[in-house]
Design a protein around this ligand. Structure first.
Ligand SMILES: [Fe+2]
Length: 157
């Protein structure tokens, strides 16, 4: 049986691994880190784990595939739609959920729909847990604290 997430990952490989960016280790680490946190959050919040992981894999595709990081959420949503349509295994409803979450993921101060919030939170978790010795960014501290409460984890002192 075909596994859409692995088919998607093969497509993403073709776009990201060819990049000669010096940030490639960060890109791959972040993409897979966010995808895994999306899965974890979907399990916790009773959302669809595969859709969630797909949001994570594609959320930063715009700059990871060689374009600038400016306005990468909106542009990445368009690019994600093109990729998902080309694969041909995703319904219109699924594409809408995924691209909406990607388009909103930089808007961390606002509260949107469940998959939008899941992706923002997974993005924050990956930033905050990349290296526990690094300070938490001011703009992410509120979401980070809420996530610790959701998972009943004490903040590192
Ligand atoms: Fe990100």
């Amino acid at each position: 049986m075909e596994n859409r997430l692995e088919i998607l990952r093969d497509e993403i490989d073709k776009m990201v691994l060819n990049e000669k960016s010096e940030h490639i280790r960060m890109y791959i680490s972040h993409m897979y880190g966010v995808a895994r946190f999306c899965t974890l959050l979907a399990m916790k919040r009773n959302l669809n784990v595969e859709l969630a992981a797909t949001c994570g894999m594609l959320h930063d595709i715009f700059y990871m595939s060689g374009s600038s990081s400016e306005n990468h959420a909106a542009k990445g949503a368009e690019q994600a739609e093109t990729i998902l349509r080309a694969i041909g295994l995703y319904s219109d409803d699924e594409i809408k959920i995924i691209t909406t979450a990607i388009s909103r993921h930089s808007d961390k101060n606002r509260i949107h729909e469940p998959y939008d919030e899941l992706l923002k939170d997974a993005d924050v978790m990956d930033h905050c847990l990349y290296n526990p010795a690094f300070p938490i960014a001011k703009k992410e501290i509120e979401r980070y604290r809420k996530l610790l409460i959701e998972f009943q984890i004490n903040e590192i002192k």
